[in-house]
Design a protein around this ligand. Structure first.
Ligand SMILES: Cc1ncc(COP(=O)(O)O)c(C=O)c1O
Length: 355
């Protein structure tokens, strides 16, 4: 080989009988194929492979598979940022003339994206207090395509009542889109509560180390196919190194999930135990707890994630349950339940209006 060819092609292939345990970074935007038939088969999706950087690399597939597994989603599309993910979902799932109902305290840039670019694309958004399921339902129109809420809103940490909303929206054929960036799948997996689309700013808890800007949309295979096409056309693809960093960052999520559980409890036990604590706490202050077990336990998961922010976690709730008829505690419970935003919380707040 002459000098020019060696300089261009040398040092590319590394023969090895082993494979790296930690995935390599596919820092390439083009791919070499054995022949044109293979190019065609990959292009047509008959065999797996990659064709061009903007369409995805092995590192994208890894973070998509990892988070889809954690969220219980059929498919996922990695994007350049949380806003890139919102762009892909808006372009992939909506058309001019569609209506959207969104939480009033949606992350600021998401809200302004909907009211500026969204509106210019012919998508109209009505903002409501999403902790109140009746208001959400009251804002639906015949052309409402979706309801867009945050599992735990940024920065107010308010919570939409997913278990109440999901079946009602499903009956009307309305998608439930949940931005779960502030929760992370360690605490809340919205698909388990009936969400049809989940999005993440990977920038937050999933990548976790403050060194990645990334995003993701997750949901059913067909819908994610449309989001992927939109992502590819709009060019909101994640860089391979950032995808690799996001996988590395997501590994300790198992540890986060463990940290959020009281000592000696396993995830399946936790809801029952805490539900029982809350039921007793309400009985002690003379309140009747209404609402289903799922609503309460879902809300409690939200409260638990507070541990991430103020290191108090669910210990507070358990402590509350151990005290009786104490005004301070009553207020404490009020504040906690307000955070939960469930039907039970609303009922409780009404019954115990501050004296
Ligand atoms: C809840 C939420 N959604 C979306 C975003 C946007 O994510 P990104 O900054 O990765 O574009 C943010 C960013 O702070 C956020 O907090």
């Amino acid at each position: 080989m002459n000098f020019h060819t060696l300089a261009a092609r040398g040092g590319r292939d590394v023969p090895s009988a082993s494979r790296p345990l930690t995935a390599p970074i596919y820092q390439t935007n083009v791919y070499a194929f054995e022949d044109m038939e293979t190019v065609e088969s990959v292009w047509e999706g008959k065999i797996s492979g990659y064709v061009y950087g903007r369409y995805g690399t092995g590192n994208h597939s890894m973070i998509e598979d990892l988070v889809a597994g954690l969220e219980g989603a059929e498919a996922a599309v990695a994007c350049a940022s949380g806003m890139g993910a919102t762009t892909a979902l808006l372009l992939g799932l909506f058309a001019a003339g569609d209506h959207l109902v969104a939480a009033r305290d949606l992350y600021g840039t998401t809200a302004s994206f909907l009211t500026s670019e969204g509106r210019r694309l012919g998508i109209e958004t009505t903002f409501v207090d999403a902790t109140d399921a009746e208001r959400v339902l009251g804002a639906l129109r015949p052309n409402t395509k979706a309801v867009f809420v945050e599992a735990l809103s940024n920065p107010l940490l308010r919570l939409a009542d997913l278990p109440v909303l999901a079946p009602l929206l499903e009956r009307r054929g309305v998608e439930l889109i949940v931005d779960a960036s502030m929760a992370s799948p360690a605490v809340c997996r919205p698909i388990e509560h009936g969400a049809t689309v989940v999005m993440h700013s990977l920038t937050k808890f999933i990548s976790g180390h403050g060194d990645v800007t990334g995003g993701m949309v997750l949901g059913r295979k067909e819908a994610m196919g449309r989001c992927r096409e939109a992502m590819i056309r709009a060019g909101t693809n994640l860089g391979p190194f950032d995808a690799w960093l996001a996988v590395r960052g997501a590994r300790p999520l198992w540890f986060l999930a463990t940290l959020l559980l009281p000592e000696g409890t396993t995830p399946p036990e936790l809801p029952d135990r805490i539900f029982e604590q809350i039921r007793r706490a309400c009985a002690e202050v003379g309140a009747t707890l209404v609402g289903g077990h799922t609503e309460i336990t879902f809300g409690l998961k939200r409260a638990i994630i507070n541990g991430l922010f103020n290191a108090k976690a669910d210990a507070d709730l358990i402590e509350i349950a151990q005290h009786e008829r104490n005004v301070t505690l009553r207020i404490e419970i009020r504040n906690r339940l307000r955070l939960l935003g469930t039907a039970a919380a609303r009922e409780y707040l009404e019954k115990t209006a501050e004296k």
